[in-house]
Write a new protein. Structure first.
Lengths: 267, 390
């Protein structure tokens, strides 16, 4: 990895990091501010939720009362905010060095120096991981901080563990996107493929919850593994999810380096 | 003098689309080597292979004996590169860009400052706000700010105004004086004339000539555009050393090499409305050497003198693919390259009045070896492979 290139990548990631963090903090803060209301009116909300099909609620992470911290977090953050924030950030960042920079010619300029392709990409991957970590911390941190301000004592340790799982999910998306970028050298194609696959997996997860006879569909997608309820409520670390995301992240990035090292740089 | 760059049978295909075909070129250390050709000829493809950005489909590109693809990072410690339209990051200023790239090359911060002042470049402006010419200045500063022994440039002066072009040429001259080797592509003959020791012409992916600049342009070669009051009669310009590049009756484009007096006498007989005389540009040279139209016109001119006909000279199948061209031992060194009977079926093309079109040095089998047209070694029968037209 090249320190100079990492610095440049982080600099180039500022806008994505700042604006996505603003979105995450704003949304996370607002829903955290609502949590005392959900607790105070838990029975009314639970009664209201009963008008929806149970399977549909389960599909969106609502496996119990919204006054439960784990269910609350999974519903508003794990199943809604984070997949969107992580996917957008990961796709933007991961299509940049291997696809966008080849298209615009920056890769030619940078790789016209003694910088190797591996060090060039390594720096970009570290930058992706750091930005995604920042976003995960901003998202979970905003919930915890606003929770404190409105008098709710969320379990910081378990929420931090949830942030790690969320970060790994983002890294997995970034890794796979990087690999797609190295294979296609096209930002549009790589971003489209990964974005489309994420939407498809999200739908598959919903269908799998609603329709029991195709429950196996959930196993094919990423969102089954982005399950934070049990982690927050019971403190059970989902090692399978951690392993799956870590493997996809590392394999994606390693694959991207291997492919990029052999690719002709042709936009 | 050792070889800095060696291209051997370098070929690149993009699927079914041609990149470059079977290039053989050697660039010696300390020389300024020009790579001339029109857009799409394969110049950038060649440079990208030299930089290890793309792989050859066949053949090899080596720099100081190291493979340009496999050893790219190691080679880039000893070379600097300027692309034809460098994809600098718009959000960075010129100073930040140059500092970053300089740091990657191990240069101290601000190594670009003197050059930026010399080229009148404002380093504090974001790249995206710079004009095309100013962006190119950033590239020129980038390539010259270190002291790498090899500089590779792809159409480096594109977008520069005349003053900056002159400054660029001065920088090239200084680099040459300092012993740096320069490989630059261009379609600007003037730039190449003023800066290069030797030149390769590439057209449609094939190397068509390697020669010294003086030999390429010819000491007395001129491009002449005539506007006649009345169309000239057929064969009016079938004169020694005169090539008709194009003619639409009253509008005639000629190439003249050697003694201009026969042409001047002929013009005196004609009613000339306007005349423009200039050194030939690359396109003129392409026409002169390789275009079927020109060969045809010369063929007609030569035909009356028993010279080779157009199809033989320019478009015969041997020209592109004849095995004797690619591998035959007499391709590089045999005396028959210059004088042998199988080189040309007519009189010596360079021989002048009795020999037909003196300005044309294309042989029937594609060997355009011109005793006067190549650097001395070829004329002496010791030319290397790259000096043979493809």
């Amino acid at each position: 990895m090249s320190g100079l290139t990492l610095r440049l990548e982080l600099r180039r990631s500022r806008m994505v990091a700042v604006w996505m963090a603003v979105v995450a903090v704003a949304y996370g803060g607002i829903v955290a501010a609502m949590f005392p209301i959900l607790q105070e009116n838990a029975k009314a909300f639970d009664d209201y939720m009963k008008i929806f099909p149970k399977e549909l609620l389960v599909a969106f992470g609502m496996t119990g009362s919204l006054a439960d911290p784990g269910v609350f977090f999974a519903t508003y953050i794990g199943s809604m905010l984070w997949p969107v924030v992580a996917a957008i950030a990961a796709i933007i960042l991961a299509t940049r060095p291997v696809a966008a920079d080849v298209e615009r010619g920056w890769a030619d300029v940078a790789l016209g120096t003694p910088l190797t392709r591996g060090r060039y990409l390594g720096a970009a991957f570290v930058a992706q991981a750091l930005v995604l970590a920042l976003l995960a911390v901003a998202t979970v941190g905003s919930v915890i901080v606003i929770g404190v301000l409105v008098g709710v004592a969320f379990d910081v340790g378990r929420f931090a563990a949830a942030a790690v799982l969320m970060w790994l999910f983002g890294c997995a998306v970034a890794g796979v996107t990087s690999l797609c970028g190295a294979l296609t050298l096209s930002r549009a194609i790589a971003g489209g493929v990964v974005g489309g696959a994420l939407i498809l997996m999200y739908l598959m997860n919903i269908v799998a919850q609603v329709q029991v006879d195709v429950a196996w569909l959930a196993d094919l997608g990423a969102f089954k593994y982005l399950a934070t309820t049990e982690l927050i409520d019971a403190g059970v670390v989902p090692w399978t999810s951690v392993s799956v995301f870590a493997v996809f992240a590392i394999a994606g990035w390693a694959g991207a380096i291997a492919v990029f090292a052999r690719r002709d740089l042709l936009a | 003098m050792a070889d800095a760059i060696e291209l051997r049978g370098l070929t690149r295909w993009y699927g079914k689309r041609r990149g470059v075909l079977d290039l053989d070129v050697t660039v010696r250390e300390g020389e300024v080597f020009g790579f001339l050709g029109p857009n799409g000829a394969g110049k950038t493809t060649t440079i990208r292979m030299l930089l290890g950005l793309i792989r050859p489909s066949a053949g090899a590109a080596t720099i100081w004996g190291l493979d340009a693809w496999r050893d790219a990072a190691a080679l880039h410690r000893r070379l600097a590169h300027l692309g034809s339209d460098p994809g600098y990051l718009g959000e960075l200023t010129a100073a930040q860009t140059l500092d970053h790239l300089g740091a990657l090359r191990g240069l101290p911060k601000g190594a670009w400052r003197t050059l930026a002042e010399r080229l009148d470049l404002d380093p504090g402006v974001a790249i995206k706000k710079l004009s095309r010419g100013n962006r190119q200045k950033v590239g020129v500063v980038e390539v010259f700010m270190g002291n790498e022994p090899l500089l590779v440039m792809d159409e480096p002066s594109t977008g520069l105004d005349p003053l900056m072009q002159r400054e660029f040429l001065a920088l090239v001259a200084e680099a040459r004086s300092a012993g740096q080797t320069i490989f630059l592509s261009s379609h600007n003959l003037t730039e190449v004339e003023r800066s290069c020791d030797r030149v390769a012409i590439i057209r449609e992916g094939r190397l068509v000539k390697v020669a010294t600049v003086a030999a390429l342009v010819g000491d007395h070669t001129r491009s002449i555009n005539l506007l006649l009051v009345q169309p000239a009669r057929d064969g009016a310009f079938a004169l020694p050393g005169v090539t008709v590049l194009s003619s639409t009756g009253q509008d005639v484009h000629l190439m003249v090499r050697g003694d201009v007096n026969p042409l001047l006498r002929r013009l005196a007989e004609l009613d000339v409305r306007d005349i423009a005389i200039s050194t030939p540009d690359v396109e003129d040279l392409f026409f002169r050497y390789y275009d079927g139209t020109v060969a045809g016109s010369e063929g007609r001119a030569a035909g009356s003198d028993g010279g080779p006909t157009a199809p033989d000279r320019a478009t015969g199948p041997d020209r592109a693919t004849g095995p004797d061209r690619a591998t035959g031992p007499d391709r590089a060194t045999g005396p028959d390259r210059a004088t042998g009977p199988d080189r040309a079926t007519g009189p010596d093309p360079a021989a002048g009045p009795d020999g037909g079109p003196a300005g044309l040095d294309v042989a029937p089998a594609g060997l355009d070896v011109d005793p006067a047209g190549l650097d001395g070694s070829a004329a002496a029968g010791t030319g290397t492979q790259e000096e043979v037209a493809r």
